[in-house]
Design a protein around this ligand. Structure first.
Ligand code: 26W
Length: 815
């Protein structure tokens, strides 16, 4: 991109002193001394490792600089998932070293883009929650907010998805197989994390007696630090990921184990990421993971506080701990244990410190995703914590009692869910133990107040606020979409990169012929590139000038990939019936993983592939409609697909998608959203204008009303000939080589009571898609709407979201 180079020439060399010459030498010396390879024998992977190590040195300079001055207050972001993806290009963009790196490597005869492919995705997350954590880390560095991210260094990230005869297959992911040049092992630090055992009381009566927990087993938590370099290399924060080490390796050694016995070895804790993103499975290993990283993180930040500020009484002034969903919610009991049992604080003082230090973000309303652990399991694994949870609940219910509430209310707000198996409600524990709880979109936060936390909010001082999600523009625009970024910089100058708010100014160009031509050309470059990738990965040929309709996210019934597939079948039927009716050529692009144990989601993937097989092979249809399911969706594939999208599918059942962040990434890159009034779609409409996206279907209120009525999908099918034809074709085996059984479960779910309202929203969705066709047939209007999306998405930057967390929840100033 010559214009970037021309401009690079004008810009002052950033103060990390990297010139292509100095970087070239640094890469060569890393190759020689760190990789022990000569330039002649070096592979792309060797060059990749050497380049990362060379760039890392420059990051370390900024890092030690960032750590030189002790901050007044630090943020600690506890998340069991960080969906980082690749770091190389992100670091280069943030350090403004793209040209320097490209030149240094080309002087060494190395192709930078091929080298980028060497980096595995750090897929340490399932989906939205994990990626949000990664975008937030990028923004905290960009805003020079002193922060630590705390998580788990899984040996195996989210499984690799391969499609075999249309079915998802899961394969172990192995991102560390060639080592990870980005991380710094901190073998000088380790914390022992206890499990099981007993609790003794000594001295004083039961209210003043000291509790001492003697764990039956301990595991060592060893940290690995990954630097997160901020925009313009201003600041670097650490992402500290804990790895589990057996405390008694000898004892755990296989030759020491009874024949056939398979003990839960220490290391197992950080071996695998649990691949579910919406169903709490309640497995013991998962609870061990949650306690392991939470306890290690709290011990680490308390040690730092004591070293820097002395007494823990001042902790809330110098540390703000954000709990990313309930996965680290055991922090409430663990911090109380550390303050009361190990630092002699009174219960009341400890409770104040805990609530003032902790805050919690909720990311889902799905009942099956709200974690609760059996009292039996917590009692066995964390006996002292169970006692503390009971004591918290005792004081809590005492308070509630004073307000004269009835038994049903008490049962609902209790931390303990009664029933044949008592369970600890982790969302309730997080709510009570935090001074602030936030949802991730306005609708979601409102629904949190009206549903999950309705009663609790009436009997607790905890604030419920909204912090609508955001995305890192560095990764999802500047790095992922170079053609569009180049045009924005050409049009608005460098300042647009530092202040995305400037983007609003392109609204005046939405009708400007040259600008529209450049804007659409940028999209075309990305679509041609994606068409090549789709062919390479699936063998399917698509026309780059067709409308690219993109549905990329985890596969889940509430995200309604099924509704999209049913509309696709109806479109197919329409095209076959009247091939020459001037259909808008479409490419339906699907991508997403299903949780390994989620059979229905896996059947929906199979259906998408079988429908794709039939439609793509149909000569009557030709290039009027193509359907592609791209395997192994993750951060890097998202960076390839999102800049090439014309239409963004955000069609969740209203009230069920807490926010969505893919919706923001696609709209920022100019895709026209077709969506329901759900999550952040509503706020996207407020910012881009209701004429620049297509909203359809039932609202959240209408959905819950219809749920009350328990109406059957068959009622709808009875009234919609188009839907009935689609369901009939599914049932007849049209997409399953005549096998009527294969998709029978889906047909049944559509005609019975359908919690996800697919049938109920079908006709509205069909009409919405046809209005998209209408808009596409008017290119000037299409590109106007597309440009106005990009122009008005600045608010959805994760920098804005983090600024709001900082001022409203963490009480720190951001300059
Ligand atoms: C215990 C199993 C489990 C694991 C992960 C339950 C729930 C989760 C996550 C909360 C699921 C998740 O990723 N939620 C998504 O979070 C995004 C970031 O806030 C939102 O944008 C999405 O709407 C929400 O589904």
């Amino acid at each position: 991109m010559q214009h970037v180079a021309a401009r690079a020439a004008k810009r002052p060399i950033p103060d990390h002193g990297a010139t292509s010459g100095s970087l070239r030498n640094a890469i060569l010396s890393k190759l020689r001394y760190a990789m022990r390879k000569s330039a002649q024998s070096a592979t792309d992977r060797d060059w990749y490792m050497a380049t990362v190590l060379a760039l890392r040195d420059r990051i370390v300079d900024v890092w030690s600089n960032s750590r030189s001055k002790q901050p007044e207050k630090r943020i600690y972001y506890l998340s069991i998932e960080f969906l980082i993806g690749r770091l190389l290009f992100d670091a280069i963009i943030n350090l403004d070293l793209e040209d320097v790196t490209r030149n240094a490597l080309s002087e060494l005869g190395v192709n930078f883009d091929r080298l980028r492919e060497m980096e595995p995705d750090a897929a340490l997350g399932n989906g939205g929650l994990g990626r949000l954590a990664a975008c937030f880390m990028d923004s905290m560095s960009a805003l020079a907010i002193p922060a630590y991210g705390y998580g788990i260094r899984y040996e195996h990230g989210l499984f690799e998805q391969r499609i075999h005869e249309g079915w998802q297959r899961e394969f172990a992911e192995d991102w560390l197989s060639h080592g990870n040049p980005w991380e710094f092992p901190r073998a000088d630090i380790s914390y022992s994390i206890g499990f099981g055992g007993t609790v003794e009381y000594s001295g004083g009566d039961d209210s003043t007696a000291r509790a001492t927990w003697s764990p039956a087993e301990t595991v060592l938590a060893v940290p690995y630090d990954t630097p997160i370099a901020g925009w313009r290399g201003r600041h670097v924060n650490a992402l500290r990921l804990w790895s589990a080490r057996s405390a008694e390796p000898l004892q755990d050694a296989a030759f020491n184990q009874r024949e056939g016995a398979r003990p839960l070895r220490g290391e197992a804790i950080s071996r695998f990421l649990y691949p579910n993103d919406s169903t709490a499975e309640g497995r013991e290993l998962r609870l061990r993971q949650e306690y392991f990283f939470t306890a290690a993180s709290l011990q680490d930040l308390l040690r730092r506080h004591r070293r820097e500020f002395g007494s823990l009484a001042s902790l809330p002034e110098h540390a703000a701990v954000q709990l990313n969903d309930t996965h680290p919610a055991i922090a409430v009991a663990e911090l109380m244990r550390l303050l009361v049992d190990e630092n002699g604080f009174s219960w009341a003082d400890a409770w104040k410190i805990t609530r003032r230090t902790l805050s919690y973000t909720n990311h889902t309303l799905l009942p099956e995703a709200l974690e609760s652990w059996t009292v039996e399991l917590i009692g066995r694994l964390l006996p002292r914590h169970l006692q503390i949870i009971y004591q918290i609940n005792w004081y809590h219910l005492e308070e509630v009692n004073k307000s004269g509430r009835d038994a049903a209310f008490l049962r609902e707000v209790s931390l303990i869910e009664e029933g044949e198996e008592k369970r600890v409600r982790m969302a309730h524990l997080a709510f009570l133990g935090c001074h602030c709880v936030n949802g991730v979109s306005q609708l979601h936060s409102d629904l949190l107040r009206e549903t999950v936390f309705h009663n609790l909010a009436q009997v607790s001082a905890t604030r419920i606020v909204n912090k609508t999600n955001g995305i890192s523009f560095r990764r999802w625009l500047y790095a992922a979409n170079r053609p569009l970024t180049g045009l924005l910089v050409d049009t608005l100058g460098q300042r647009v990169l530092d202040d995305p708010g400037c983007m609003r100014e392109i609204q005046d160009r939405a009708g400007d012929h040259d600008f529209v031509a450049s804007y659409s050309r940028a999209r075309q470059i990305n679509k041609t590139r994606l068409a090549a990738l789709l062919h390479a990965r699936t063998g399917i040929h698509v026309q780059p000038d067709a409308l690219f309709d993109v549905h990329v996210k985890r596969v889940h019934e509430y995200k309604r990939q099924l509704l999209n597939i049913l509309e696709t079948i109806a479109l197919y039927h329409g095209i076959r019936a009247r091939p020459n009716a001037g259909w808008v050529p479409r490419v339906k692009i699907f991508a997403g993983k299903a949780a390994a144990s989620y059979e229905r989601a896996k059947l929906i993937i199979k259906l998408a592939n079988d429908v794709s097989g039939v439609i793509n092979a149909d000569p009557v249809v030709g290039d009027r409609l193509k359907v592609v399911f791209v395997p192994n969706y993750g951060a890097s594939l998202a960076e390839e697909i999102i800049p090439a999208a014309d239409v963004s599918e955000q069609i969740s059942t209203a009230g069920m998608e807490a926010s969505g962040t893919g919706n923001m990434k696609l709209a920022l890159n100019g895709a026209i959203t077709i969506g329901t009034e759900d999550g952040a779609n509503i706020e996207i409409r407020e910012h881009v204008g209701s004429e620049n996206l297509v909203i359809f279907g039932m609202t959240a209120a209408e959905v819950s009303e219809r749920r009350e009525q328990k109406l059957q999908g068959s009622d709808i099918a009875g009234k919609s000939a188009r839907l009935a034809h689609v369901i009939q074709s599914l049932a007849s085996g049209e997409f399953s080589e005549g096998d009527r059984e294969r998709f029978a479960p889906i047909v049944r779910s559509l005609l019975d009571y359908d919690r996800f309202m697919v049938a109920a929203d079908f006709d509205a969705y069909w009409e919405a898609q046809r209005s998209i066709d209408e808009l596409w047939r008017r290119p000037a209007d299409w590109w106007r709407a597309s440009i106005l999306n990009t122009a008005h998405m600045a608010w959805f930057s994760s920098d804005r979201a983090i600024r709001e967390y900082a001022t409203d929840i963490w009480q720190i100033a951001v300059n």
